[in-house]
Design a protein around this ligand. Structure first.
Ligand code: UD1
Ligand code: UDP
Length: 366
């Protein structure tokens, strides 16, 4: 009898990081792989699924413009419960810390279905940063049966919360599986950038940066672009209206700033490879860029990914004008400081995380 493994994806990063697991499970004769898209993100999710050639078996089409956390959670729970009843999975896999992940963990708990949590154990120990992701992770860990921790540090965090050591497996992060497979391909950035100029790549989307922090980030970027006309800035802007409006207000008229829609995954990997340095509040980009040898300045005061900071290839600058300007200017002007941060080497994985996760499930079920 095959085991029904339901893989759930809601947003862009979940799809990128779940794709290697879905693709690996498809080769397992004992598995009936089912893919459930909550489509908490509509456009960003579709881009990624198309790139990896994954067609969801069930699509909840949950996203609404400018959705609130409460309405999103409420709609997810009801819709998920109906799918669990219909699909009757033997195990459900989730990835990361979005509202989709938290709602799946709770819905599965109500129905007594075991959950495997990929990228388990990331913590800042501050419920407000990142908000609501820290809470989503803690809640998911309470209900998960298998905790696939990307690093020793994340394993340790779970032990501190009283999770049994036998249920935690250090696998590496599947983000590196996806990145290595993608960056080995022929990649086209597809934008008309000036090849003679150094490129600074920027992304931001975090809820805790909405409002004043995002204004400060944009003010710093505008200042840096004016003072460094020989440098080009590329900012694929997240579709969240809270981000879009502010970014356009500050940066659309700056001549050496290229604002564009979110890039598909392959062109975004090409952009990371082409970049001289990267400014971001993204979790995934913090993991990917060091693997490509690119310095990252994180537009947050805290991170749940301390390993690359400790390694010296990622630096926290917060959403603060002075700190952003100083750090970017140093990396643009000082080759030694730049070389120190461009050493690369990823503490997050070796490209075989999905294989390890599948083996753990195989040893249990097959
Ligand atoms: C969500 C996750 C966050 C994750 C991020 C990855 C939650 C609460 N937040 O943040 O943890 O890091 O995704 O990008 O789970 N929108 C579109 N099209 C899209 C996607 C979003 O128009 O394809 C707009 C919609 O107006 C939507 C809004 O963005 O309502 C916010 O989306 P939401 O998923 O609630 O939050 P994100 O900020 O994207
Ligand atoms: N990404 C992408 N296109 C973009 C920006 C990011 O494909 O225009 C990818 C990036 O390579 C990474 C993931 O999206 O794998 C990160 O997603 P995001 O920053 O939205 O979420 P987070 O990782 O912070 O949860």
């Amino acid at each position: 009898m095959k085991k029904a493994v339901l893989c759930v994806v809601g947003t862009r990063p979940e799809a990128i990081k779940m794709a290697p697991v879905i693709l690996a499970l498809k080769h397992e004769p004992w598995v009936d792989v089912r893919v459930l898209a909550t489509a908490q993100h509509r456009h960003l999710l579709d881009q990624v699924l198309a790139f990896f050639g994954i067609t969801p078996d069930v699509d909840l089409n949950i996203m609404r413009p400018n959705q609130t956390l409460a309405e999103l959670t409420a709609r997810l729970l009801l819709a998920l419960d109906a799918v669990l009843l219909q699909e009757k999975p033997d195990v459900v896999l989730v990835q990361g810390d979005t509202t989709t992940v938290m709602a799946v963990a709770l819905a599965c708990f109500y129905r007594g279905i075991p959950v495997g949590h990929i990228e388990a154990g990331l913590r800042t120990w501050d419920m407000q940063n990142p908000f609501p992701e820290e809470a989503n992770r803690v809640i998911t860990s309470i209900f998960a049966r298998w905790h696939f921790a990307p690093t020793e540090g994340s394993r340790h965090n779970l032990l501190k919360e009283g999770i049994s050591a036998k249920d935690i497996m250090v696998t590496g992060n599947t983000v590196i599986d996806a990145l290595l497979a993608t960056s080995a391909r022929e990649l086209e950035l597809g934008l008309n950038l000036d090849p003679s100029k150094r490129l600074v790549l920027v992304t931001t989307h975090r809820r805790e940066n909405f409002g004043e922090p995002l204004h400060d980030i944009c003010r710093a970027l505008q200042y840096l672009a004016h003072n460094n006309p020989e440098v080009q800035f590329l900012f694929p802007v997240h579709p969240n209206p809270n981000i879009r409006y502010t970014v356009q207000q500050w940066l659309s008229a700056v001549p050496n700033f290229v604002l564009c829609d979110p890039l598909d995954y392959a062109p975004f990997v090409a952009a990371m490879k082409r970049a001289y340095l990267i400014l971001t509040d993204s979790g995934g980009v913090q993991e990917e860029a060091p693997a490509l040898g690119k310095p990252v300045l994180v537009l947050r005061d805290e991170t749940e990914r301390p390993e690359a900071v400790e390694q010296g290839v990622v630096k926290l600058v917060g959403p603060h004008f002075e700190a952003i300007v100083q750090a970017v200017q140093l990396l643009l002007n000082d080759e030694v400081a730049y070389g120190d941060m461009a050493r690369g080497g990823s503490p997050y994985g070796d490209g075989h995380a999905a294989e390890r996760i599948v083996k753990i499930l195989r040893d249990h079920f097959a």
